[in-house]
Design a protein around this ligand. Structure first.
Ligand code: NAD
Ligand code: UD1
Length: 341
């Protein structure tokens, strides 16, 4: 096999795990990242674990001439587009940053792809496009009403892709709506390395278990859920990485052009307290917590209906919450300071 995949945002959390999976399956990888949030060391470790090389370009997607040079030089067959910003609070404070980096950058990428006749793209969307779901489990056809600029930037790129597909029938698009990715590569060499104090639950919990943070603040215990704390569909990052290969192969092997959207989740919802309990069990550490006010904008409950991805991509999430927590804990122990050990 001699197929080359351009991965944008390759040095980030999900990008690096997907690069692992691509190399492991025999694809060539051309990685593009401006390293604003990613880490060069992540790609170094992907190379070390797989024993394969990655052609890395430190470049910003908004820089069309550099992108053109990369497409000129590299025999690219398809693109997996992860690059972007993802912090909800920051997007409320600085929406233009999000519309520029998530929306404009995607337009630049699509324009350069078109210029070089590259017509296969897998795009990272998010369950955040649904906003507060009307009902659970959430289906791809449910209504979408994102509640913040980050979510709207994701929905805008989805719409741009759907419009481009209508105008350009040779385009093949796979839009993947991730639920809550957690965990790390089981080697303990690749994982999530957020800057500063984490916003998301699992990185916070693992630092509390490690004694780096004093206690978890649980944002509300009066939601309409089995124990009052928020319920989410946590999915192992390696299951997510595998789903990208399935989506990519559907594009590469499909009989014609297409534009498909898939929910990527396990279909199971766990509460914050379920997660704390699972983490305490696997780490054999206590995770002290206190209940605080709700976080503005949070919803009580969401989880995916992943039937479409199960049937059409032949993909199913395999790893349970316990394994997600185990791999997260192993990564935390091996890399107490993330990639800057
Ligand atoms: P991440 O921040 O770890 O990775 C994103 C990468 O993109 C970083 O390495 C960053 O340096 C790079 N990047 C950002 N802007 C760029 C630009 N203009 N040019 C080149 N590189 C740029 O995030 P992640 O968790 O790996 O998420 C990847 C994608 O998945 C994002 O698009 C995110 O919105 C989406 N997503 C993430 C989650 C999640 O919880 N992690 C959930 C749903 C969707
Ligand atoms: C976050 C993003 C969302 C993205 C989703 C998937 C925010 C506000 N939203 O949402 O856009 O699509 O991830 O990756 O960042 N919690 C605590 N204490 C904490 C942290 C979290 O109790 O310190 C609770 C939350 O209230 C929630 C659950 O844990 O019930 C999960 O939170 P988080 O990991 O931030 O994910 P989401 O809220 O689903």
């Amino acid at each position: 096999m001699n197929i080359t995949i351009l991965v944008t945002g390759a040095a980030g959390y999900i990008g690096s795990h997907t690069c692992f999976e691509l190399l492991d399956r025999g694809y060539n990888v051309v990685a593009v990242d401006n390293l604003v949030n990613g880490n060069r060391e992540a790609l170094q470790r992907v190379k070390e674990v797989t024993g394969n090389d990655i052609h890395f370009f430190k470049a910003d997607l908004r820089d069309a001439s550099t992108l053109e040079r990369i497409f000129e030089e590299q025999p690219i067959d398809a693109v997996i587009h992860f690059a972007g910003y993802k912090a909800v609070g920051e997007s409320v404070e600085d929406p233009l940053l999000y519309y520029s980096n998530n929306v404009s950058a995607s337009v630049t990428l699509l324009s350069v792809m078109k210029e070089y006749d590259i017509y296969n793209i897998v795009f990272s969307s998010s369950c955040t496009v649904y906003g507060k779901p009307e009902s659970v489990p959430v289906k791809e056809t449910d209504s979408m009403a994102p509640t913040n600029p980050y979510g709207r930037s994701k929905l805008m790129v989805e719409e741009i892709l759907r419009d481009s597909y209508k105008a350009l029938p040779s385009l093949s698009v796979s839009i993947l709506r991730y639920f809550n990715p957690i965990g790390a590569h089981p080697s303990g060499r690749i994982g999530e390395d957020p800057d500063g104090i984490p916003n998301n639950l699992l990185p916070y919990v693992s630092r509390v278990a490690a004694g780096q943070l004093e206690e978890l603040k649980i944002f509300g215990d009066n939601y309409d859920t089995h124990d009052g704390t928020g319920v989410r569909d946590y999915i192992h990052v390696m299951d997510l990485a595998r789903a990208h290969i399935s989506a990519l192969e559907e594009l590469l092997n499909g009989s014609g052009s297409n534009c498909k959207t898939y929910n990527l989740g396990t279909g199971k919802g766990y509460s914050v307290l379920d997660v704390v309990k699972a983490f305490e069990q696997v780490s054999n550490r206590e995770v002290p917590y206190k209940i605080t006010d709700r976080r503005p904008g949070d919803i009580d409950k969401t989880f995916a209906d992943p039937t479409k991805a199960n049937k059409q991509l032949g993909w199913t999430a395999q790893k349970e919450l316990k394994e997600m927590c185990q791999d997260m804990w192993y990564w935390q122990q091996q890399n107490p300071n993330g990639y800057s050990n």
